[in-house]
Ligand binder design. Structure first.
Ligand SMILES: [Mn+2]
Length: 327
């Protein structure tokens, strides 16, 4: 069954930072797993193979083999050492969730099945989208952990639409769908600004639910450290990052470029701060559209973001015990 769940990335270096490809999810055993989920559920037929769908392989293939060698082995000042800190950390790339021409929802189903296997193995999952819809099956799979999850959402947009064109599983509905999941016990939305698909109704619904909304301007005024303090300590967190939440001067490769987003220093502090607050069981980076990139600046920040997340989890001791993992 499992060999049908993912496709291997095709172009060199094939996998993220050359980490081994694992596409068998029986007896899954890893510390960190990378998974591509290229296809969201579109709002029109033209959106089926959107520009975001090429992003997982684009992120993987952006680094040359020589750069990968350096990233793995040289001293990283963002982390205070090498990426994996000289520890025996097992990082794997699971390829991209398979899709089906006959049944488009099979893609979400495969992503959810894989995520369940990965979370059940106590493995930290890093998902590469795809548009923001792909976070829905991943967040759904968090119930495999049987824990209360605090959702941290970086985005320019609220993503609380109940449906768009009759579709309830798309990129404008991610946070509303998450809010309906019983194990999601708190939602923190950071970076809201500009105009998206939300109307006043969705903002009121999010507030009525008790979502902690921090606009980009409040975040800049208070500082990201103060925003971090509003997130309860010692939690189990899932981090979903819509690339348009980040400032377009450092991540222009998105459809909805909106001024005033998180800069690199804020993102760096957020990642390290959150990872050290409790346990971040997974994160996703979605909505990157490589064709809109400018001089690879989006790729540079995407790779730094992912490396900082990996390096932070290693240093926070996430993998220092054997609990929950098969040996
Ligand atoms: Mn979004």
């Amino acid at each position: 069954m499992n060999k049908f769940l993912t496709d291997a990335p095709v172009a060199k270096p094939h996998t993220f930072l050359g980490f081994p490809l694992v596409d068998n999810f029986e007896h899954f055993d890893a510390d960190i797993a990378i998974l591509g989920v290229p296809f969201g559920v579109p709002y029109s037929t033209s959106g089926q193979a959107n520009e975001q769908s090429v992003s997982p392989d684009h992120i993987r293939n952006w680094s040359s083999l020589a750069e990968i060698e350096m990233t793995l082995n040289n001293y990283d000042f963002d982390l205070g050492g090498t990426l994996l800190d000289g520890k025996e950390i097992k990082v794997v790339d699971c390829g991209n969730a398979k899709s089906s021409l006959i049944n488009p929802m099979e893609h979400y189903d495969n992503a959810e099945q894989i995520a369940r296997k990965v979370f059940s193995a106590n493995t930290v999952l890093i998902t590469l989208g795809g548009d923001h819809g792909v976070s829905i099956p991943i967040i759904k799979a968090l119930d495999a952990l049987d824990k209360e999850i605090t959702l941290i959402h970086i985005d320019a947009h609220l993503d609380w639409r109940d449906e768009v064109n009759g579709e309830a599983q798309g990129y404008s509905s991610v946070i509303r769908r998450a809010s309906e999941m019983p194990f999601i016990k708190g939602i923190h939305q950071i970076g809201m600004r500009g105009i998206g698909s939300a109307t006043t109704k969705e903002v009121k619904d999010a507030q009525a639910y008790g979502s902690n909304i921090t606009t980009a301007y409040e975040m800049h005024d208070k500082g990201i450290e103060e925003v971090l303090k509003t997130i309860p300590d010692n939690g189990t967190y899932y981090l979903t990052i819509d690339a348009d939440g980040i400032d377009p001067t450092i991540m222009p490769g998105v459809l909805a470029q909106t001024p005033g987003g998180l800069n690199w220093l804020q993102l760096h502090k957020l990642i390290h701060g959150l990872v050290n607050k409790g346990r971040v069981v997974g994160m996703d980076l979605v909505e990157i559209t490589p064709a809109y990139d400018v001089g690879n600046i989006t790729m540079i920040h995407a790779e730094r973001l992912l490396c900082n997340f990996i390096g932070a989890t290693v240093r926070a001791g996430y993998f220092d015990d054997c609990c929950g993992k098969e040996s």
